[in-house]
Design a protein around this ligand. Structure first.
Ligand code: COS
Length: 396
């Protein structure tokens, strides 16, 4: 499935509402007809079928956010979240492959890369030929990202990298990593961190064994170990040392809005399923949807999804206006991911015993969405960012 004939060429810059609605309905149809019917297969095999990955590429999903000059659709942040509100209705594993590539895996190049770096990598990311992964987290540097220890030492026209990255999504499929490593003589602090583009085929990179996770089967994570791995100096993002932490934070600001949109989408899917079940399931002689205690769970979920959706759209619009959205991105991610957890919990409750067994897929979503409160910054990190920004603004 792809866009209708001749659509793709004028999708290059989505500015009019008609073109945008074609894109959104194409994604919605792809989700309905191809992704949702394959969710069980992905859960059972822990793999996204190759034909689905091929269709994702053919549909242009990997190029949604990449500028048209490099072969992408150049969606604005608002358009991107609208697309994610559709794509996110299927199992999160599908989104993970696409979202990590068009999001945290490639945004460092897009935001701070040199023209040469953009020309070299973005076109192949846009087609999905290259899958990208983001290598920030380490065994001893998770929430405290500044304390990362992977080191890149300049040696002529190369950097020699040593260190271990942990929980790296898509590491096994990745053609490139956006790597955060310490450079120069600065032993501590954000100023000593630089960002690199590392080609996965570079000698000196080995992958750990696939992590066995609570959920999101089909989306894989593992360690990435760098052992005297030589990276060309030309692959230092932006060509400047010491800018990597800021690049990572900007990437995460955007990524957090993206994840918040996915939380809204998955919550909407779970609520639709719970409503449908509540109308079918009869107890005490009538559908359980007619009981007010069930209605309360449905209504609270609806209201919270609406609130989170409004936050996501607002944060996205502000980013499109060029405003600093560090606070809004964290607010949206915090609220939407916590909301998604509550909706998942209520959905299991409405399904009752049928929600706890795997027949309806609700327990699978319950496990899948738990990750949203952890990755791209835990809820506690979002709280910390929001409060610190408030305090800073008040003191300024
Ligand atoms: N955009 C641009 N620059 C930013 C920024 C942002 N959103 N946030 C911070 N920075 C800059 C700061 O301005 C500061 O620069 P100066 O030294 O020039 O002032 C620098 O980055 C260091 O920032 P800060 O002092 O706030 O760093 P801290 O170590 O105190 O805290 C947190 C940073 C905790 C917010 C950060 O480590 C974080 O987000 N951690 C979570 C990491 C994460 O999300 N991991 C998930 C892995 S990816 S799935």
């Amino acid at each position: 499935m792809g866009f209708p004939p001749n659509t793709r060429s004028f999708l290059s810059m989505i500015q009019d509402s008609e073109t945008l609605s074609i894109l959104l309905s194409t994604i919605a149809r792809f989700v309905r007809e191809r992704l949702i019917p394959n969710e069980e297969v992905v859960a059972e095999t822990d793999e996204i079928p190759a034909d689905i990955v091929h269709e994702m590429k053919a549909t242009g999903l990997f190029g949604l956010t990449i500028p048209q000059a490099y072969g992408g659709f150049e969606l604005t942040m608002e358009e991107e979240v609208l697309a994610m509100l559709e794509l996110g209705r299927a199992s999160p594993a599908f989104r993970s492959l696409i979202g990590t590539t068009l999001g945290i895996g490639s945004q460092g190049i897009l935001l701070d890369g040199t023209e040469e770096q953009k020309r070299k990598y973005l076109p192949r990311l846009a087609t999905g030929e290259l899958i990208a992964a983001f290598a920030l987290t380490e065994p001893d540097a998770g929430s405290d990202a500044v304390s990362l220890r992977t080191r890149a030492v300049c040696d002529g026209d190369h950097y020699v990298v040593n260190g271990t990255k942990r929980f790296i999504t898509n590491a096994a499929q990745a053609g490139i990593f956006t790597l955060l490593a310490r450079t120069g003589s600065e032993p501590k602090g954000a100023a000593g961190i630089s960002a690199f583009i590392v080609e996965a085929a570079t000698p000196g990179i080995t992958l750990g064994k696939r992590d066995r996770k609570m959920g999101q089967r089909g989306a894989h994570t593992c360690d990435v170990i760098f052992n005297n791995c030589r990276i060309p100096v030309a692959n230092l993002i932006g060509g400047v040392e010491g800018q990597g932490f800021k690049t990572a934070m900007k990437v995460l600001d955007k990524g957090r809005i993206h994840i918040a949109a996915i939380c809204v989408a998955v919550a909407g899917r779970m609520l639709d399923e719970a409503l449908r079940y509540a109308l079918e399931r009869q107890q005490f002689g009538k559908p359980i949807a007619e009981f007010q205690l069930i209605q309360a769970m449905l209504a609270d979920s609806k209201a919270e999804i609406y609130a989170a959706r409004s936050m996501v759209i607002d944060a996205a619009r502000r980013r499109d206006e060029g405003l600093d959205v560090s606070t809004e991105a964290s607010c949206a991610k915090l609220f939407a991911s916590e909301m998604c957890g509550r909706v998942a919990d209520r959905a299991v409750q409405i399904f009752g015993g049928s929600g706890y067994v795997s027949d309806h897929g609700i327990e699978r979503f319950y496990r899948d969405v738990r990750l949203f409160r952890i990755y791209e910054g835990t809820s506690q990190i979002q709280q910390l960012v929001i409060a610190r920004n408030m305090i800073r603004a008040e003191r300024a």
